[in-house]
Design a protein around this ligand. Structure first.
Ligand SMILES: Cc1cc2nc3c(=O)[nH]c(=O)nc-3n(C[C@H](O)[C@H](O)[C@H](O)COP(=O)(O)OP(=O)(O)OC[C@H]3O[C@@H](n4cnc5c(N)ncnc54)[C@H](O)[C@@H]3O)c2cc1C
Length: 395
């Protein structure tokens, strides 16, 4: 990346950004500036040390990057297109930061907004929008990844005015730094998957950072153990009573992952263009070689196709006609294109492509996580396949 503030979107050859209103574009420019000036200088150190730069957390709220997808008392909902572009810009600088925000904004706060009562929303959401509280979303388990809907083992038992949660969760983003953890557990009374909020410090709630993770290293993923963990009855989200309710949240957030995957490939693509113009071999910049231009054109095609799909996802969400298979296809297709784009960018850098200081290796590794979380390509393809054929092929 250059030190100059990037003015526009590299690879947006068809001008999708112009679909934003003038006010949105102005606000997006401010967010872009913040990300470039305050976040970008920190991302490689944070990634290498695998420590989250906690002092940046309130800045995301101050820049208006939190809770914009929801109609809240003090803040009307922003357009889906605009929130998509926020995810893109964040991931363009750092997919880890985009994931941190996606978990907080989408998975965690989205569960409370979509599945909570008015009282529950009022209890947690304002603090989350101000980033006084950080959110996490605990669905995946050590034995339940793709088949977590069927195989969810964490249990919840009603005991008077409390629910008692027992079990284990794995891969939980923000798990060690979260104040508010949305937890899915199977009610032993009726076998349904219910949704709870467990607050930091609750006895019997023990998160441990997962070490040795080589993608999205800045994201604090945790193993969480629940042992006789008691939460008040009013911490069970009123409308979180089945796995169908979980899917309502995932449908929204899978669109967000597609936007992040556009940003991830755009970050790698712009680094590659800059490098191609700076690096000389055989007496001239490598940008002047046909095979290098072929790499760039292939990257631009991926970026443009991915952005077009993400934009359409937002438009469908805005119209309220967004379907599961559209979310699944966008997530699977765009993360797949991202994986290819970052590999092409890495290739263009030659050996320098594996040095963290040149950024592309970070995008390269991070694309692997985007490709697998919130439903692997296989699982999202099965959702698409079921819609195309009317036949479920999950098992
Ligand atoms: C960086 C990161 C962050 C994450 N953050 C969170 C989080 O915040 N909260 C949370 O709850 N979870 C989180 N996850 C978990 C994530 O959602 C799971 O990793 C994902 O759902 C896949 O599950 P799995 O890793 O257990 O893979 P598995 O389910 O074990 O799958 C292994 C392989 O088998 C394939 N497979 C499985 N079933 C089928 C089938 N029926 N047909 C064909 N192929 C199949 C899969 O596609 C995959 O290739 C995160 C994961 C990562 C990597």
């Amino acid at each position: 990346m250059t030190d100059e503030m990037p003015a526009d979107l590299p690879g947006d050859l068809y001008g999708y950004e112009t679909l934003l209103t003038d006010d949105e574009r102005k606000e997006l420019t401010g967010i872009r500036r913040f990300l470039h000036e305050e976040v970008r200088p920190r991302v490689n150190d944070a990634w290498e040390s695998s420590e989250f730069p906690m002092d940046l957390v309130p800045r995301f709220a101050e820049e208006g990057m939190v809770g914009r997808s929801y109609d809240l008392e003090h803040q009307p909902r922003a357009s889906r297109l605009f929130t998509g572009f926020i995810a893109l810009e964040t991931s363009r600088v750092d997919p880890s930061m985009a994931t941190f925000l996606g978990v907080h904004n989408g998975l965690s706060m989205g569960s409370i907004v979509m599945l909570g009562s008015d009282e529950q929303r009022a209890r947690w959401v304002p603090d989350m929008v101000a980033f006084d509280k950080i959110g996490a979303f605990a669905l995946t388990e050590p034995h339940g990844g793709s088949d977590v809907a069927r195989g969810l083992e964490t249990t919840a038992r009603r005991d008077g005015d409390e629910w008692v949660i027992d079990g284990a969760k794995r891969w939980i983003g923000n798990g060690t730094i979260a104040d508010v953890v949305v937890v899915f557990a199977r009610d032993v009374a009726d076998d349904s998957v219910k949704t709870f909020v467990v607050e930091k410090g609750t006895p019997g709630f023990t998160p441990t950072k997962m070490e040795g993770k080589y993608a999205l290293r800045t994201v604090q993923n945790a193993d969480i153990v629940f042992e006789d963990c008691r939460v008040p009855a009013e911490n069970k989200l009123e409308h979180g009573n089945s796995f169908k309710d979980v899917n309502r949240v995932l449908k929204l957030t899978r669109g967000g992952v597609a936007w992040s995957a556009v940003g991830c490939q755009m970050g790698a693509f712009e680094a590659a263009i800059t490098y191609a113009k700076e690096r000389s071999q055989f007496g001239r910049p490598i940008a002047g070689f046909q095979l290098i231009q072929d790499l760039l054109a292939r990257m631009a095609g991926n970026v443009t196709a991915s952005l077009g799909m993400a934009v359409r996802v937002s438009q469908l969400q805005e119209e309220g006609v967004f379907k599961d298979e559209q979310a699944a296809l966008a997530k699977a297709f765009v993360t797949g294109r991202a994986r290819e784009t970052v590999a092409l960018a890495r290739e263009l850098f030659g050996g320098n492509g594996i040095l963290l200081e040149n950024d592309v290796v970070r995008y390269f590794a991070d694309a692997e996580a985007l490709y697998s979380y919130e439903g692997t390509r296989e699982i999202n393809s099965l959702i698409v396949g079921r819609a195309l054929t009317g036949v479920s092929a999950f098992v």
